[in-house]
Write a protein of this length. Structure first.
Ligand code: NDP
Ligand code: 7N6
Length: 308
């Protein structure tokens, strides 16, 4: 069946002004409308949404406006025969710039200077403390859209970039690719370890006590992917016992990060509120992706980014 309606679920407001998003579909030749919970759908309807809802399983196609679709029950979509697509492929610049920003700040101490600026302090760090990212080793774990974006930019800054992925396909700027089974070899020599892989049963708790022990004690962890990839209790412990030097974190086991989390208080931890992908063009980037798939759907072509 052809689609005769695209619905935008109001949960997109978590990240996009819904009206701007709906307007970005002006060129489509099917109507596009904002909906709340409890609507009924049929196979001629497509839905673009941030959260999953049971009623979407009656639609013709569902698009998740996030790259991480770990909150969606892919087996239920497969059982219902409803294609589910995600938004990977568009976060290479946004999220990578945040990862690079953390690394540059942690090396050049911008976060420390800003903390001191807030107190009106003209701060002089110890001579040994500042360094450059140039010539430092970065290990990127997960070399997809975001991982490749980080690797290319880090390479341009003169970093020595290695990475981890399941396939051995080479990646521009990455000098060596390790199999996930060799994670410890991959991270042992790295000054920065950046996580850019999906949250799956296989990747949950990937970085815990053992990994912090393997990492250099002057190493920094960067997590722009998903909180549960890291055992947060082990991370806090590693920071407290100086098993690693610090971290740049956009994502957490519990979001918003609870007020009583010890992570708030480390000088060498930079926290951003899961805004790594935030850009004032997000509605256009997602609308381009969804529009392309509407066209594909209408002519019976394979959908881009199909994950179920
Ligand atoms: P992609 O699917 O493009 O890339 C994920 C990569 O991870 C793949 O290339 C895959 O390579 C690799 N991978 C998968 N499993 C493993 C494993 N067990 N060990 C090592 N590598 C693995 O996704 P994106 O780059 O677009 O996004 C990655 C994740 O980042 C998302 O799933 C999402 O959770 C998160 N994200 C966070 C954002 C934020 O706002 N902070 C924004 C967007 C995404 P291979 O198949 O070769 O293993
Ligand atoms: C804001 C969420 C993702 O998985 O978590 C991120 O895409 C981004 C759109």
């Amino acid at each position: 069946a052809r689609l005769d309606h695209l619905y935008v679920h109001e949960s997109v407001e978590n990240v996009i002004p819904p009206e701007a998003f709906v307007e970005a579909f002006d060129h489509l030749d099917i109507p596009v409308d904002l909906v709340g919970d409890g609507e009924s759908y049929d196979e001629t309807d497509a839905v673009a949404t941030y959260v999953p809802k049971p009623e979407f399983l009656d639609a013709g196609w569902v698009h998740c406006i996030r790259a991480g679709y770990d909150e969606f029950d892919t087996e239920a979509y497969e059982a219902a025969g409803v294609p589910l697509t995600n938004s990977t492929g568009i976060h290479d610049t946004t999220v990578s710039e945040v990862a690079i920003g953390y690394m540059v700040s942690l090396a050049r101490l911008l976060h420390v200077y800003r903390d001191n600026q807030n107190e009106g302090n003209w701060y002089t760090p110890d001579y040994e403390r500042p360094f450059t990212v140039e010539n430092e080793r970065l290990c990127v774990v997960g070399l997809g859209t975001i991982g490749q974006g980080i690797a290319e930019r880090a390479d341009a800054l003169g970093m020595d970039v290695v990475g981890v992925r399941r396939s051995d396909e080479s990646v521009p700027g990455v000098s060596e690719i390790f199999d996930p089974a060799d994670l410890h070899d991959a991270i042992a020599d790295a000054r920065f370890v950046a996580l850019a892989l999906p949250h799956t049963p296989e990747t949950e708790g990937l970085i815990g006590d053992d990994e912090f022990d393997v990492m250099r004690d002057d190493a920094y962890l960067v997590n722009v992917a998903r909180g549960p990839l890291v055992d947060e209790r082990a991370l806090v412990d590693a920071l407290e016992r100086d098993a690693i030097a610090g971290a740049g974190l956009d994502v957490f086991e519990t979001e918003p990060l609870p007020d009583d989390s010890p992570l708030w208080d480390f000088e060498e931890v930079i926290i951003s509120p899961h805004k790594g992908s935030a850009t004032n063009r997000y509605h256009l980037d997602i609308a381009d992706l969804v529009s392309e798939n509407v066209e594909r759907y209408q002519i019976g072509e394979t959908l881009r980014n199909r994950v179920a």
